[in-house]
Write a protein that binds this ligand. Structure first.
Ligand code: HEC
Ligand code: HEC
Ligand code: HEC
Ligand code: HEC
Length: 160
């Protein structure tokens, strides 16, 4: 598909998704996740915030994660995690290839063959944790490693 009007002010092809103009979005409420994941808010992280503004919250992509968010020791995994191979397909459910702007950077992801090496989140946002205190198997949710630190009995309640 060729977008003749790609040079228009916002570089967006005229046939780009009507989503953007279709309705006014109300922002998602991510406050319960920010209780612990405040870094995304502080760092103005693109994946979290761009989607929050259009009503797509953490739970839309990671599930309600009740067991995870209610666990003060955070031993329970979130409901939905993303092994590398699942990143691009998940983004492309809403940003399909034919709606992605014509951008050199997008060629590798659109050519299909190279999708295993270039992920949307390599370039968009800073939506990874550099330092980990817990690690789960992203497919099964099984805790595979943790730093051993636990909230002491009662400390959590006093702290609040
Ligand atoms: C549009 C979907 C989407 C939204 C919205 C979203 N995430 Fe994510 N999240 C992902 C994907 C995909 C990954 C995997 C990124 C990667 O590995 O590069 C991820 C990764 C993460 C990670 C890091 C995992 C790691 O291995 O470092 C954390 C923590 C996280 N998300 C928490 C959140 C929180 C908290 C929110 C809300 C503030 C949120 N996410 C909003 C899709 C989303
Ligand atoms: C549930 C649908 C949905 C999913 C899943 C989703 N997005 Fe979005 N995304 C949107 C909507 C809606 C917008 C705001 C309107 C627009 O620009 O299309 C948006 C906006 C964006 C923007 C900003 C576009 C701009 O106009 O500034 C980027 C970049 C983006 N998404 C990347 C991603 C990436 C990377 C992933 C996968 C981690 C992802 N999105 C997953 C729906 C989604
Ligand atoms: C190699 C880096 C790279 C990769 C990988 C990549 N993008 Fe992009 N993307 C860009 C650049 C550069 C732009 C244009 C500048 C900008 O708006 O950030 C862009 C623009 C966008 C936009 C429009 C943003 C806007 O402001 O209009 C969306 C949506 C988007 N990309 C989604 C995705 C999705 C979904 C994937 C994975 C299938 C992906 N991108 C993979 C670099 C990349
Ligand atoms: C009680 C604190 C707490 C709350 C509340 C919380 N999380 Fe977490 N979350 C954690 C901790 C701790 C980790 C592990 C981070 C690390 O390794 O240091 C984590 C990791 C994650 C990851 C990374 C999983 C991966 O791929 O490795 C995701 C995704 C995530 N949380 C999503 C959410 C979502 C969505 C919410 C809101 C529904 C939420 N969290 C609420 C404490 C919390």
């Amino acid at each position: 598909m060729v977008f003749a009007a790609c040079e228009s002010a916002d570089k967006r092809p005229p046939t780009a998704s009507p989503r953007k103009h279709a309705k006014k979005y109300s922002a998602a409420d991510n406050s319960f996740c920010y209780d612990c994941h405040i870094n995304f808010l502080f760092e103005d992280e693109e994946i979290a915030l761009v989607h929050e503004r259009v009503g797509i919250g953490c739970t839309h992509c990671h599930g309600k994660s009740i067991a995870h968010r209610n666990d003060e020791d955070s031993i329970n995994a979130p409901d939905v995690m993303y092994p590398r191979a699942k990143i691009n397909p998940s983004c492309m459910m809403c940003h399909p290839g034919n709606e992605l702007i014509e951008e050199d950077a997008h060629r590798p992801v659109l050519s299909g063959a190279a999708t295993q090496e270039k992920y949307c989140t390599d370039c968009h946002g800073d939506h990874r944790l550099a330092v980990r205190t817990r690690l789960w198997d992203k497919e099964t949710g099984e805790l595979v490693w943790d730093d051993g630190v636990r909230v002491e009995e009662g400390l959590w309640d006093e702290g609040r």
